[in-house]
Design a protein around this ligand. Structure first.
Ligand code: SF4
Ligand code: SF4
Length: 377
């Protein structure tokens, strides 16, 4: 393992990652952070000279999808560079040690580097019955999270489950699962929602931190604005079809083959904010809507409950349509959800409406209002 005292530049050189690839990475990070290109030189300089901070990656009630997402990323070598950007001291999936040996590493890192390391949390945390439904080395997840994250200089919650409890918290939630901020109040957390989160955003948050010695600007959910500040609908390459009233009517029809708008197939893009259309997946080649599937709004708060059914179109109430403030669409959608989801979804919206600062969720009110579109008969 390359020691954390080495700089990123020397670490990359040791791994045989050439300068061109590194510059490409820095340029991509500046673009992901929505910074003007002139910042590239500053990022290059900072990352070249930085001492690699220590990272500990905790996994609790999760499917490991966020670890997979991070480790399988390749554009441009996000995994290569990020793996070198930080000194990964603890991550159950990639570390060689196991069992007591691994736990001893975590204990040592936290003890010796208090206030210096970055913690990443993946997965929900169960609180029912004193947290017995997720224990590691005999300790409950909430105990581990409290100790490790309170000693970190910053904590990043990756994926829907770590952010707001995700599907683990969905009704009936027998383990009392919640997201990190609810399990351990008072932490300094950056939430990277998504199912899974996009690793380019993790890399961008780290790049921002290492370059400017600060975290990027966050919204009321503590999500970085560079990634969660714009409506998917306004970044979508199918938008011209939406505006022209050309829709996929059923899977595999002519409109589907021609790349028409997926609104009628349940696409939630008009009420979802995320940089998915620009950052994309699989070496930045594509994203679900481009591939032919509607957005299910995986980066929205409590999306399993508040954005389902995923294949039902957003309601087009006479006089409302989709050409209305997103907040109204959100309320109407909740009204359309059936069964237990109704109860849970309404409860969720009510909770959101009575947030202490009375601030509606960013992807309902903070997002730009979609421009006028046609009727969807
Ligand atoms: S409804 Fe979905 S597919 Fe259609 S333009 Fe909006 S985001 Fe794109
Ligand atoms: S298209 Fe929507 S649901 Fe799919 S990954 Fe992107 S943001 Fe998530």
């Amino acid at each position: 393992m390359v020691p954390s005292s080495t700089t990123l530049a020397s670490s990359l050189a040791l791994r045989g990652i050439d300068r061109r690839k590194f510059l490409k990475f820095c340029s991509a990070m500046v673009s992901t952070l929505a910074l003007p290109p002139k910042y590239t030189a500053q990022v290059v300089k900072a990352l070249s000279n930085t001492k690699r901070p220590i990272l500990v990656w905790l996994q609790f009630q999760d499917c490991a999808g966020n670890s997979e997402s991070m480790l399988r990323s390749s554009h441009p070598s996000v995994a290569e560079v990020v793996l070198d950007l930080l000194s990964w001291e603890y991550h159950e999936i990639i570390m060689a040690g196991a069992g007591k040996q691994a736990e001893a590493v975590l204990e040592r890192v936290v003890r010796e580097n208090r206030g210096k390391y970055i913690a990443v949390v993946e997965g929900a945390i169960p609180l029912a019955d004193e947290g017995v439904y997720c224990t590691i080395g005999g300790r409950s997840a909430v105990d581990i999270a409290r100790e490790v994250c309170s000693g970190a200089v910053a904590t990043i919650a990756v994926g829907a489950c770590a952010w707001d409890g995700g599907i683990v918290k969905a009704h009936p939630n027998p383990t009392g699962a919640v997201g990190l901020e609810e399990a351990v109040p008072g932490l300094k957390v950056v939430n990277l929602g998504g199912c899974p989160h996009n690793p380019a955003n993790t890399a961008a948050v780290l790049t921002h931190y290492l370059t400017f010695n600060d975290l990027p600007a966050l919204d009321q959910y503590n999500r970085p604005l560079f990634a969660y500040g714009r409506l998917i609908h306004d970044q979508c390459e199918r938008r011209a079809h939406y505006d022209a009233g050309r829709y996929v009517q059923e899977w595999g029809d002519e409109g589907h083959r021609k790349g028409y708008c997926l609104y009628k197939m349940g696409c939630k893009g008009p009420q979802a904010t995320y940089n998915c259309p620009t950052v994309r997946w699989n070496d930045a080649t594509s994203w679900p809507v481009k591939a032919g599937h509607g957005c299910i709004s995986c980066a929205s708060h409590r999306f399993w409950d508040t954005r389902s059914p995923f294949y039902e179109r957003l309601p087009d109430v006479p006089g409302f349509g989709v050409d209305v403030p997103i907040s109204k669409i959100g309320w109407t959608l909740v009204g359309a959800v059936t069964g237990a989801t109704v109860v849970h979804g309404v409860g969720q919206v009510i909770r959101e409406k009575v947030r202490p600062d009375d601030t509606p969720p960013v992807d309902e009110a903070g997002a730009a209002r979609p421009s006028s579109g046609p009727r969807h008969n």
